[in-house]
Write a protein of this length. Structure first.
Length: 361
């Protein structure tokens, strides 16, 4: 009999696992959205209308033999997925690939692609009305969004507030990377306020234009027309049943074995942001997890027992666009890359590769 594999979550890791096992198992991809959201390019989709509709790729071309179940996992055990609709999907193998949620627009936050595109278009209109933009958080999202805004509207004032005194302190990047990053931000005219935060959040709704004034911890007043939160991602792991909850850590991530099995389980695997693998959380790494998990499930389905261990990279890497023609990267083996090199790597956000994954031209 053909083994059934339930993949929970249709993000970067989930679709990679599902596609890789489509020829060897009965794959059921459980996902509440009507289309894959290419969140890697979401910030470009805010500022550039030509990118908005390209962010959404229908799931119906992903699998040849398996199927996509548009539903949400409410409770997952070692052998079954209880759905929000009330149905149950029983499976021989389960892959947890639900990722994390971030504030809009890094996460578009809709289940319907049409309403998602409308939301992005509305935000663009709000940004066009604003002359001063305040971004809270100078992680990769905040910096990338600042770069996209300045590339689209060079005359707008963009201020980024960050509690830490150093940019991207979570990653181990060489000093040359930081020097290049600050140089490009200065050239774009992006104001950085590091080592401080706001006493209170703005009273206006994020992403909706309307003048406001806020005060930093140091007592400086900031006046802007629109603001966005660019921090505070949360892990989507609240669906674990009692038999899986022992693998849940205090930070809500899931402990996994070197083979990316959920700790204490033989047939349940996890990939991407929800795992406690000690590395930066990126789409590229979620897909690397997915390749290992797909190979291991294939081995088990075919009667083998020698599984592959996931190996973390020796050094952190990052490709950080700052608009279509700017950005800075650090890639071990290549070193620090400036604007041209970064645009060469991520200028199109690998869109053609993802369309190919979904069997689209």
């Amino acid at each position: 009999m053909t083994a059934t594999v339930a993949v929970i979550g249709g993000g970067y890791g989930g679709v990679t696992v599902a596609k890789a096992l489509d020829d060897v198992a009965d794959v059921i991809l459980i996902e509440p959205r009507d289309a894959f959201v290419h969140t890697m390019a979401a910030l470009r989709g805010v500022t550039d209308r030509s990118w908005t509709d390209q962010l959404f790729i229908p799931y119906d071309t992903l699998l040849t033999h398996g199927r996509v179940r548009r539903d949400r996992a409410a409770e997952v055990t070692a052998s079954a997925v209880g759905l929000a609709s009330g149905d149950t999907v029983e499976a021989d193998y389960i892959v947890l690939a639900t990722g994390s949620n971030a504030p809009y627009p890094a996460n578009i936050g809709t289940f319907d692609s049409r309403s998602g595109a409308a939301k992005l278009n509305a935000t663009r209109a709000e940004l066009e009305r604003a002359s001063r933009v305040l971004l809270l958080g100078a992680g990769p999202v905040g910096l990338e969004f600042a770069g996209e805004i300045k590339a689209a509207w060079p005359d707008k004032a963009v201020t980024v507030v960050e509690p830490r005194s150093r940019l991207l302190a979570n990653g181990a990047f060489p000093e040359q990377f930081h020097t290049e990053l600050h140089a490009q931000l200065d050239q774009l005219g992006i104001e950085l306020l590091l080592g401080t935060s706001l006493r209170e959040l703005p009273s206006s709704i994020p992403g909706v234009a309307g003048e406001f004034t806020v005060t930093t911890d140091s007592g400086a007043d900031l006046t802007a027309d629109v603001w966005f939160a660019c921090y505070g991602a949360t892990v989507n792991s609240g669906f674990l049943g009692e038999d899986l909850s022992g693998a849940l850590r205090a930070d809500r991530r899931i402990a996994v074995t070197p083979e990316l099995r959920v700790q204490g389980q033989e047939t349940v695997f996890a990939v991407g942001d929800i795992t406690a693998v000690p590395e930066l959380k990126m789409a590229r790494l979620a897909q690397k997890h997915a390749e290992v998990v797909a190979a291991n499930i294939r081995t088990l389905v075919e009667g083998g027992s020698e599984l592959t261990a996931y190996v973390t990279e020796d050094a952190d890497s990052i490709v950080l666009p700052l608009g279509p023609r700017g950005g800075v990267s650090y890639v071990p083996g290549l070193g620090v890359l400036g604007a041209a090199g970064t645009a060469d790597i991520k200028g199109t956000f690998f869109l053609d590769s993802y369309r190919e994954l979904f069997n689209q031209k």
